[in-house]
Design a protein around this ligand. Structure first.
Ligand SMILES: [Zn+2]
Length: 468
C-alpha cells in the first residue's frame, strides 16, 4: 500500500474511556468497567467503526486513499487501536497541520477567549483536561509507567514551540505556544501546574466525538509505517509467570529453584482480549485486499497436489499455469488485441475516417494485473474483473538477492509492462539476453551503490544492514 499510495499522512491512536457513558450505563451496581469485558469491547468496537466512518466516508480530513487499523491490548486488558490513514491531500505544510492538529490548551475562560479572539468551548476544554494531558511524570512522579531510565519515554514535558515545525527527518512537531495558559492537576497528592508542554496532540472534532483519549499525529517519516505494521506481525503478548502456594496464610514458592522456569514464558491473554476473539471482532483492517504474486524461473513453479497423488494428478498439476505463467498468457492475448486495434486504425486512416475514439489497450505490469483481473485458481487463469467488493492491490513475493536469476527476473517484472514469456522479458530492443541480470543492465535497472546507501535508512528496520 505504501508502494502504491505513499507514506501514511495521519496516525491516530484511540483508547477506551472506562468512564464512557455507554459503558457505565450497561454496568450493574458497584461494577467496574474492567469486570465487564463484553461491555467494554462492544462499546469500543462500535466507536472504532464510527471513527473509521467519519474519516473514510464523511472525509473530515478530505478523501482517503487507503488505511490500516490494528487493535492492541494492554497487559491489564483494555483495547486500543492504531490507525494509519493515507490522504489524497498530504499534510505537507504548517497551515494544514495547524488546521487539523492541536497540541495546546484552549482558552480556560470566556474572559480569556474574548481577550485573544478565540471561542470558549467548555466541553472541549473539559475533554482536553480529562483525556489529552500526559499526566506529569519526571520530578512530579518518578514512578510513572512512562518513565524509563529516569526519562519519559513519550518525551514529556515537550518543549514550547511558537510555530509548527516540520524537519527534514520527517518529524512534525505541532505548535505549542508559551502563552501562560495552565491549570492545576493532582499528581501523587500534590498540585502540579499543567501547561501546553503536557498536551497530547489531538483533533478537537474527533476528541469531542469520541470522548476518550485520541491522539492524532502527522506523519512524514517512513519509519512510522514499520511501527504500525509491527503490531500485525508481532504475535501475542508474553508474560513471565511464577507459581506460588499459600501455607498458613504465607506465600511460599512452590518450587525453590527451577532452572527451566527462568526461561519459561507464556502466551498472555487477558479477559478482554479473550472476549474480543470469541466475539469474532477483527484484529486488523486493511482498506485494500492484497494478492501475492508468484515469482519463479521457467519450469520452477510450485505444483500443488495431494499427498498420495498418482501420475495422472501430477501431470494435471504440471499443466496448470502459475500466476506468472498465466500473466504471460494474458499478455499474449492482449498483444493480439493491440495488433487488431492497430490494424483497424491503419484501415480507418487509409479511408480517411476519424480515429480519435479508438483506444489502444495498455500493456500492464505484473503487480497491476489484479486491478482489472481476477485470479481463477482452479483454471489457472486471469479473468477480466467484473465487479469489485474491496479495492485490490498486488505484490510480488520477495526474492533473496542470493537467488540471482530469480532476483533479476523480479526486478524486470516490476519494470517491464506486458511481457509475453520468460524469453520475451529478457529481450531488450530486439536483443535476447542470456540472463535476466544482463537484461536488467541493458535497461539500466541494476541498483548501484549510491542507490543502496539511499535505501539504508528504510532497510534498517528489516535488519538487512546486518546481513549485508
Ligand atoms: Zn511521561
Amino acid at each position: 500500500m505504501v508502494d502504491e499510495f505513499g507514506k501514511p499522512t495521519a496516525l491516530i491512536t484511540m483508547t477506551v474511556n472506562p468512564e464512557d457513558e455507554d459503558i457505565i450505563m450497561n454496568l450493574y451496581e458497584n461494577q467496574k468497567a474492567w469486570e465487564r469485558p463484553d461491555v467494554v469491547n462492544s462499546c469500543f468496537y462500535q466507536k472504532m467503526h464510527e471513527l473509521i466512518r467519519v474519516i473514510e466516508k464523511e472525509e473530515i480530513f478530505g478523501p482517503v486513499e487507503c488505511s490500516v487499523v490494528v487493535i492492541e491490548f494492554q497487559k491489564r486488558g483494555l483495547p486500543h487501536c492504531h490507525c494509519a490513514f493515507t490522504l489524497k491531500e498530504k499534510w505537507d505544510t504548517k497551515e494544514k497541520v495547524d488546521a487539523y492538529i492541536k497540541a495546546f490548551l484552549p482558552p480556560l475562560s470566556q474572559e480569556e477567549a474574548d481577550k485573544c479572539g478565540e471561542i470558549f468551548d467548555e466541553e472541549y476544554l473539559e475533554y482536553v483536561q480529562k483525556f489529552m494531558i500526559h499526566k506529569p511524570c519526571g520530578i512530579h512522579n518518578p514512578k510513572a509507567p512512562c518513565m524509563v531510565d529516569g526519562k519519559c519515554k513519550r518525551k514529556f514535558p515537550q518543549n514550547f514551540c511558537e510555530e509548527t515545525v516540520m524537519d527534514d527527518n520527517g518529524f512534525t512537531r505541532p505548535k505549542r505556544p508559551d502563552n501562560g495558559r495552565s491549570f492545576k492537576m493532582k499528581v501523587n497528592g500534590k498540585e502540579v501546574d499543567v501547561d501546553n508542554r503536557w498536551v497530547v496532540p489531538h483533533n478537537p472534532y474527533l476528541l469531542k466525538l469520541m470522548q476518550s483519549h485520541i491522539n492524532v499525529e502527522a506523519i512524514n517519516s517512513i519509519a512510522t509505517v514499520f511501527y504500525v505494521f509491527k503490531y500485525m506481525f508481532k504475535g501475542d503478548d508474553k508474560a513471565f509467570v511464577e507459581m506460588n502456594e499459600f501455607i498458613d496464610n504465607e506465600m511460599v514458592q512452590a518450587l525453590n529453584y527451577d532452572e527451566i522456569k527462568s526461561y519459561e514464558d507464556y502466551r498472555y491473554i487477558s479477559a478482554t482480549e479473550a472476549h474480543w476473539h470469541l466475539s469474532d471482532f477483527w484484529m486488523y483492517r486493511l482498506s485494500h485486499s492484497v494478492d501475492r504474486l508468484a515469482v519463479h524461473l521457467e519450469n520452477e513453479q510450485s505444483l500443488y497436489m495431494g499427498e498420495d497423488a498418482g501420475d495422472e494428478e501430477m501431470e494435471k498439476a504440471k499443466e496448470k499455469d502459475s500466476k506468472l505463467m498465466a500473466f504471460f498468457k494474458a499478455n499474449q492475448e492482449r498483444e493480439k488485441e493491440i495488433a487488431k486495434v492497430k490494424e483497424t486504425i491503419e484501415i480507418l486512416k487509409a479511408q480517411k475516417k476519424p480515429i480519435n475514439h479508438i483506444q489502444i489497450p495498455e500493456k500492464i505490469l505484473y503487480n497491476k494485473i489484479g486491478v482489472d483481473h481476477v485470479w481463477d485458481g482452479k483454471a489457472g487463469k486471469w479473468n477480466p474483473r467484473k465487479k469489485t467488493t474491496k479495492p485490490k492491490l498486488c505484490r510480488l513475493y520477495n526474492v533473496n538477492p542470493k537467488r540471482t536469476n530469480c532476483f533479476y527476473l523480479r526486478r524486470l517484472l516490476m519494470a517491464v509492462p506486458g511481457p509475453t514469456s520468460f524469453e520475451n522479458i529478457r529481450t531488450v530492443d530486439g536483443v535476447l539476453y542470456p540472463t535476466y541480470r544482463e537484461a536488467c543492465v541493458a535497461l539500466g535497472l541494476v541498483i548501484f551503490i549510491c542507490t543502496i546507501i539511499g535505501s539504508l535508512r528504510s532497510w534498517e528496520s528489516f535488519g538487512i544492514i546486518r546481513k549485508i
